[in-house]
Design a protein around this ligand. Structure first.
Ligand code: NAP
Length: 305
């Protein structure tokens, strides 16, 4: 394994999956863990996700070669303030947060000499939360994007790259702002749209007492899966990736108006051409190995975000 001792800060879906993927690869690695609630700690201990659970993030991080923040993005600053002074020389601090420019801006200045800071984002997840939701295969053939700044040592970057590859992921290095724009298109705006659509159905159900839930069809059910994602994690994503999300939502609104106009004017040709283009995108995702062409898309017990 690329690190002898790894500290996982937060013990939810992603940390639990990391622990199981680490163990799958190398049972000799020592895993230190921290989570703030007694309930999650008890679950993590029952599942054996760490060799030892600690009472504070600083204690868990001391002596670790790699410390990974696996909590909602807005908690990173407070955690980093506790962890950085405890890092041993040569250690790497990383994270799995879904937003990257904010993390570089907030955590970067807290770092001290002699330690490395390499933000990361595994593009793998589900709508489920907590230690019990994790599984060892979560990162298999998924991308993990690293967003180091230019000063980071090549050796530290190669080490973290090798670590994620050993967990099953393909690694790409990217500029943090570019990451946030790409993710606003592929993940953040789609989540907001799903939240909105489910909100519309809920509102309609309340005011009309209609049976939209009982008779929910495939399209709506797929939206509800995404809209069931963790509220705190997604609150933090929108608080910290504000500009890119607003930019993409602006473009979304323009497209929506164009489709609305086509529907109103009965422009079937425009609608069909549009849907043919979007179908080709779906095909491209399947061909890139990022989803299967199975007809139960969106309804697998372990579907991916
Ligand atoms: P999760 O299952 O909800 O677990 C969250 C963990 O963070 C729990 O251990 C929780 O502790 C802890 N936590 C929550 N708020 C905290 C706070 N204010 N201070 C300290 N600890 C706190 O979350 P997750 O899905 O693993 O997501 C973790 C991170 O991964 C997030 O930054 C998210 O953006 C990123 N991510 C998520 C996905 C996904 O699809 N879920 C995919 C890629 C990346 P307690 O339970 O003890 O309170």
């Amino acid at each position: 394994m690329h690190y002898q001792r790894i500290a996982l800060i937060g013990m939810g879906l992603v940390a639990s999956s990391m622990s199981q993927a680490i163990r799958r690869h190398d049972k000799g690695v020592e895993i230190a863990g921290f989570t703030r609630s007694a309930e999650t700690r008890e679950k993590a201990e029952r599942l054996g996700l760490a060799d030892r659970m600690f009472d504070s993030p600083g204690e868990a991080a001391a002596d670790a070669d790699l410390v990974v923040l696996c909590t909602p993005v807005c908690s990173f600053e407070g955690l980093a303030r506790e962890i950085v002074p405890r890092l041993k020389p040569g250690a790497t601090l990383s994270d799995v947060g879904s937003v990257k420019a904010h993390v570089a801006r907030i955590v970067g200045p807290l770092m001290s000499d002699g330690v490395h800071f390499i933000p990361a984002h595994p593009l793998a997840g589900t709508e489920n939360s907590g230690p019990e939701a994790g599984f060892a295969e979560l990162f298999d053939n998924r991308w993990c994007i690293l967003t180091p700044d230019q000063e980071v040592k090549a050796e530290a970057l190669a080490r973290l790259t090798g670590f994620w590859e050993s967990l099953g992921a393909n690694v790409e290095v990217m500029d943090p702002a570019r990451h946030d724009t790409v993710l606003a298109v592929t993940s953040h705006a789609p989540h907001l749209i799903a939240y909105t659509m489910v909100g519309v159905a809920d509102h309609l159900r309340r005011i009309t007492k209609s049976e939209v839930i009982k008779y929910s069809a495939a399209g709506f059910r797929d939206f509800t899966r995404i809209a069931a994602s963790d509220p705190v994690m997604w609150r933090d994503v929108f608080l910290t990736n504000k500009d890119a999300t607003i930019e993409i939502l602006g473009r979304f609104t323009e497209e929506l108006f164009a489709l609305q106009r086509a529907i109103r004017s009965g422009d079937g040709e425009m609608l069909q051409q549009y849907f043919e283009r979007t179908r080709a995108i779906r095909q491209g995702i399947v061909e890139a190995g990022q989803d299967t062409g199975e007809s139960d898309f969106g309804r697998r017990p372990r579907g991916e975000n």
